[in-house]
Design a protein around this ligand. Structure first.
Ligand SMILES: Nc1ncnc2c1ncn2[C@@H]1O[C@H](COP(=O)(O)O)[C@@H](OP(=O)(O)O)[C@H]1O
Ligand SMILES: [Mg+2]
Length: 456
């Protein structure tokens, strides 16, 4: 018998609800209970596990009533992946907090905290710490046998003999973050994680992806260059099932109050340092954006501030792409680094379709967030020939834009293919994300018209 029947009502006496954390039982507990009944079952185990000890969960669409002695629950069929989404959002919220702390200390100290990977790209303690933290949370919540993760970092450079200071800093950062877990409605570890547990959490993200099964995709700090420069970066977590992105979460800790400040040229740090600190109520700076495949909705919620407790859905509100379809009024965004996308090619394209605004150059998947929020209309990325786009640089952003009403394809108009392992296999020339079909079509046509004469 399915655990969830359409429009049923269950009465649950308080005495039946046991929680290791009784403070989790709030007026949201009814749907928590229902959702958790379905928890591990939905990810492979045949036995439903009845517990309230994890997150205090609710549903966007469930309704709950509480009186003194009993809870009256009504709910319709739970939305698929709603539990996974909520766990992911909470984990990304925690990761945002972690990154904010590390970025603040990076920007004020500069020395010795940025390492180079084998390909010379930068990596910081935030990358490893977020990967360890998110991996630990997902594993703790869903069970190691049910969690498969593909993520950007590995432990090679962390495990080197001369990296003991770095590793120590990562372990400390992870434990500091996990000590805040209860604030986010999650049980942290009983005692601090040791070095080997942190290394294990990082290295268990060794999935190779592929066309079948379910795996998480994590870019712990996307746009590391923006991160080390005190600018935009994102924490990107997505879930892929049978080659399709089914949910995406983007943490954007520096997403500014005014969209104009997104631009790298405006020097995000400089502007922020001149402003009075945001009050705990101001929720425009920094956000977490998320969507579930097929829901037709994308959501934004503020970062948790101060000592507040995270209560799902944390004042989430729906977002939508912009309705601008005239290129003359549209804004296009692209990577800050010329090395990552040809600025001259996109300038030509922009000109040919009548996009008059200056490009908005932003680090990381914050560009996807900007389109989903309606702050820009077009995102283009044309990497140099031979560069293979990685799935973690796109997965979360793609589903969020699509559910917010936008269109994302390669330059041939085909959907991005997340089923080929680490890379977006078969990507035709570049990535084009638009707020609507009309703009998208124009750009695709313009790419075709100018491709042969380009140097790409
Ligand atoms: N030569 C290249 N061409 C295109 N993309 C590249 C690249 N080198 C690195 N990248 C990717 O571009 C991402 C940054 O995106 P953007 O340029 O839009 O800020 C990097 O993510 P990380 O910073 O997570 O490594 C990296 O994956
Ligand atoms: Mg990245």
């Amino acid at each position: 018998m399915p655990l969830f029947c359409a429009n049923f009502a269950i009465r649950v006496p308080h005495a039946l609800i046991h929680s290791r954390r009784s403070n989790f039982i709030s007026n949201h507990v009814a749907s928590s209970f229902l959702l958790f009944l379905d928890s591990k079952k939905s990810i492979g185990s045949s036995k439903p596990i009845v517990s309230l000890s994890k997150f205090n969960q609710t549903h966007h669409c469930s309704s709950t009533m509480e009186d003194q002695n009993q809870l009256v629950l009504t709910s319709s069929e739970p939305e698929k992946y709603s539990k996974e989404l909520e766990v992911a959002v909470r984990a990304v919220q925690m990761a945002c907090l972690l990154c904010q702390r590390v970025q603040d200390s990076l920007v004020s100290q500069t020395n010795g905290q940025v390492q180079s990977k084998d390909d010379n790209s930068p990596v910081t303690i935030a990358d490893w710490s977020v990967q360890a933290t998110v991996s630990w949370i997902l594993t703790e919540y869903f069970g190691s046998e049910n969690v498969s993760i593909i993520a950007e970092e590995d432990v090679r450079s962390l495990s080197k003999a001369d990296s003991s200071g770095l590793l120590e800093a990562v372990v400390k950062t992870v434990n500091k973050c996990l000590s805040k877990a209860p604030q986010f409605g999650h049980e942290g570890p009983i005692k601090d994680l040791g070095t080997s547990e942190v290394l294990e959490a990082i290295s268990r993200c060794n999935s190779t992806g592929g066309p079948t099964g379910r795996f998480w995709v994590l870019d712990p700090v996307d746009g590391t260059l923006g991160f080390v420069r005190g600018d935009q970066y994102a924490i990107a977590l997505a879930l892929i099932e049978d080659g399709e992105v089914v949910l995406g979460v983007l943490g954007c800790p520096n997403y500014p109050m005014k969209k104009e400040w997104l631009s790298y040229q405006n020097g995000y740090r400089r502007i922020m340092s001149k402003l009075t600190p945001p009050t705990s109520e101001s929720w425009e700076k920094g956000c977490v954006i998320y969507a579930r495949r097929g829901s037709g909705k994308a959501w934004i919620q503020p970062l948790l501030s101060g000592d507040k407790k995270f209560l799902w859905p944390n004042s989430a509100r729906q977002i939508q792409v912009s309705s601008i379809d005239n290129p003359a009024f549209a804004t296009f965004c692209e990577p800050v680094e010329k090395a990552n996308s040809s600025h001259s090619f996109t300038a030509g394209l922009a000109h040919s379709v009548g996009l008059r605004n200056q490009p908005l150059r932003v680090y990381s998947m914050v560009k996807y967030a900007a389109i989903a929020r309606g702050h820009a209309e077009v995102f283009m990325k044309f990497a140099r020939a031979g560069y293979k786009e990685k799935i973690w640089d796109h997965a979360a952003g793609v589903v969020i834009i699509q559910e917010a009403g936008g269109v994302v394809t390669d330059a041939g108009g085909q959907p991005l293919d997340f089923s080929g392992g680490t890379y977006l296999e078969g990507l035709d020339r570049g990535v084009i994300a638009c707020s609507g079909a009309k703009l998208h079509e124009k750009i695709i046509r313009a790419v075709d018209a100018s491709w042969n004469s380009s140097s790409l």
